[in-house]
Design a protein around this ligand. Structure first.
Ligand SMILES: Cc1ncc(COP(=O)(O)O)c(C=O)c1O
Length: 405
């Protein structure tokens, strides 16, 4: 049925599935579900009725469980009053107040819909503030599907000129940072970094103190704003922002994904000196101030705090990673796991082209565990101990299948 739906979809949607959701389903066709029917907690069912424990969580959008009654209750009660109007609703004020209270170092924010809107909006504010245009980014990072960030998403329809204003440095390379500031200091509108390096594909890497110091001291010396792209990790590592977890002191911070627990919302939050530029610059979207997702975000953040969801994700992630490493030793398939336990990047040794990893994830999917061979996985506060145990049982068989070739 899934395959039939894909054929039907391909008549009216290029390849049948558009965007990042093509992988892993169209990468290894037949191993993964193509279309979801419904989901609850940390599990979803595809249109064929197969159930999966989900370790991709809507590519990070789910943090408190699919169809969470508290979050979706807040969403539907706002929906009953209407969603998108000429003016924002009170929800925008309440959520902005809440974000300014919990996120360290910011005093204002504005909202959009996707992570790409947020990083583009933050860059606009940085350019308005400095009157400069060039941007320092890290090689291998992904910040937006928008054209300015094509370096992270090259391909058809994206000429090299799109990334003309970008200067790339290597992650954890203070020398690169110092060189780029020496050569271009007066032209730099912003440095954009993720809190830790999470390239796709590739191992995750925490920032070294020397790298953070180099970026922060160069940026301060040249009055170049530091933009933290916390779109992927935001609210998974620290309720007060991932900068608190690693020791960054950003000027502008971008959130999306987990902010409203599966509902479309993003935010740019900023330090006081950038309020004037944010007030002058214009960027917008028809739905950016719609109230329902903002109501969902408020409920989601309160729930995360009340139930200490962040510690729960870290604990469950640690159990999953420790268990996988143990199984790897037992089966003789050596695993490498990097990144925070609640967002683990799982790789297999001697697997430069990800062929073994693709096999491993296919075997997992066949046994009801949904992962991705090249992207980091996500834990949520809705995963249960039983999910981890079931996953590890399944992983043993999947690793044995990899070992058998
Ligand atoms: C670090 C980071 N920044 C920005 C984005 C873009 O967000 P969106 O896909 O919501 O536009 C992503 C998406 O994966 C991301 O991981």
């Amino acid at each position: 049925m899934s395959a039939g739906v894909l054929q039907r979809a391909a008549q009216v949607i290029p390849l049948g599935i558009w965007g990042h959701n093509r992988a892993p389903a169209l990468l290894d066709e037949g191993a993964y579900p193509f279309f979801v029917d419904h989901a609850a907690g940390a599990r979803f069912r595809d249109v064929d009725g197969n159930e999966f424990i989900d370790y991709m969580c809507g590519f990070g959008a789910m943090i408190n469980g699919f169809a969470n009654p508290e979050v979706d209750g807040a969403l539907t009660s706002q929906l009953a009053r209407g969603d998108c109007f000429n003016q924002p609703t009170l929800r925008s004020v309440e959520l902005a107040e809440h974000l300014c209270q919990i996120v360290r170092g910011v005093s204002w924010c504005f909202f959009a819909k996707n992570g790409s809107d947020a990083t583009t909006g933050a860059l606009l504010v940085a350019r308005a503030h400095t009157g400069r245009r060039k941007v320092v980014c890290v090689r291998g990072a992904y910040h937006a599907s928008h054209f300015w960030a094509s370096f992270g998403n090259p391909g058809a329809g994206r000429p090299a000129e799109d990334s003309h204003d970008l200067l790339l440095v290597r992650w954890n390379c203070p020398d690169d940072v110092e060189r780029v500031f020496r050569q271009h200091g007066d032209e730099l509108a912003a440095v954009v970094v993720t809190p830790y390096h999470h390239p796709i594909p590739g191992a995750a890497e925490a920032p070294t103190e020397a790298f953070i110091d180099a970026i922060q001291s160069c940026a301060a010396r040249r009055r170049t704003p530091l933009i933290l792209d916390d779109v992927r990790a935001g609210f998974r590592l620290n309720l007060h922002g991932s900068h608190e977890h690693y020791g960054w002191r950003p000027d502008l911070i971008c959130y999306s994904k987990a902010l409203a627990n599966t509902h479309a919302l993003s935010a740019v939050a900023g330090a006081e000196p950038f309020r004037a530029a944010a007030s002058e610059a214009f960027i917008s979207g028809t739905f950016w101030n719609a109230g329902a997702a903002q109501a969902a975000a408020l409920a989601n953040l309160r729930l995360l705090e009340r139930d200490d969801g962040i510690s729960r994700m870290a604990d469950l992630g640690t159990q999953l990673c420790d268990g996988l490493l143990r199984l790897g030793r037992r089966t003789g398939v050596h695993l490498r796991i990097s990144g925070p336990a609640s967002m683990p990047t799982v790789q297999l040794a001697d697997d430069p082209h990800y062929l073994k990893m693709r096999r491993f994830c296919q075997e997992l999917a066949e046994r009801g565990v949904f992962t991705h061979p090249m992207h980091n996985w996500f834990l949520s506060a809705a995963h249960r101990q039983a999910d981890i145990e079931e996953t590890l049982d399944v992983a043993q068989a999947a690793l044995e299948a990899v070992k058998a070739g």
